[in-house]
Design a protein around this ligand. Sequence first.
Ligand code: HEC
Length: 292
Amino acid sequence: MNIKQPIKPLLLIALIAPSATYASSSAELFYGIFNDAYFWLFMLVAVLLALAYYSVKRAFDTIELAMRPDLAKKKAEALDAEAAAEDAEETGDALSRWYKWFAGLKPMSKEKDLQLDHEYDGIKELDNSLPPWWLYGFYVTIGIAVVYMVYFHILGGPLSSEEYQAEMERAEADVAAYFEKVGGMVDETNVTMVEEDRRLANGKDIFQTNCVACHAADGGGGVGPNLTDEYWIHGNTINDVFKVIKYGVVEKGMTPWRNQLSASDMQDVASYVLTLVGTEPANPKEPQGEKM
Ligand code: HEC
């Protein structure tokens, strides 16, 4: 049977299907349809229809041949001629001759010469040599292996671990460059009060989520000290407050936040804490530390 035959109509259906369901030229939609269940449903139905068409057609062809011996004879002759031409080897254009060589195809007529002289239960073996496509593919992999070994293990090309190292260094440099651009990496030595409402609001959010359990929602204190009075254990400058938030006071129960909050978030919440000074909390804790 000629297997190329069903492929053409199938391709046609594959091309029509998307354009029929989605009459849009946008590239995004074009790729989007591959995620669409209806598209695949449509394709499935199309494939099933094509298969149904070809099995029916084949059935009819067989019936026709059975009913018309003259046709059957003609067809058999055509097949014989094809086989004879194939055996003659010189047939076909350059491309198909090359393909026969590349795939290692031997004409049927040469089969007798290739046959090995053993036989098991009627099964015989042909002494075919490896098909060139396989053999050359194998040689290419050997070549690649040699080049690989010489380049990476003798000439000192970058090994995976070194590439990883270099990539990490590049990423670190990128991060540093980024912080350089957005105004320097904030730490306890260079932190400043933020004044923008947006950032103070962010500081308040962070305080409400992370700090109220110990400092109370209004900063009046609880497990942790009152943040609204003038008494401070660790100092009342933005640098002091930032530092306490960043590193915590673990032995006294104040959590370090440097792994949970970004530097700019800690800056925001530290600034917010300082805006609480002078406000009047509902249940102020007694002063701790020194008056400042
Ligand atoms: C698990 C309880 C707890 C949580 C949660 C907590 N703190 Fe504290 N915090 C404390 C304790 C206890 C102290 C007192 C430390 C000391 O005695 O040295 C303290 C101290 C402080 C101080 C220094 C006060 C001073 O008098 O110097 C600041 C500022 C502060 N916390 C801010 C925060 C912020 C902001 C958060 C949220 C991001 C937070 N804390 C979350 C328990 C907590």
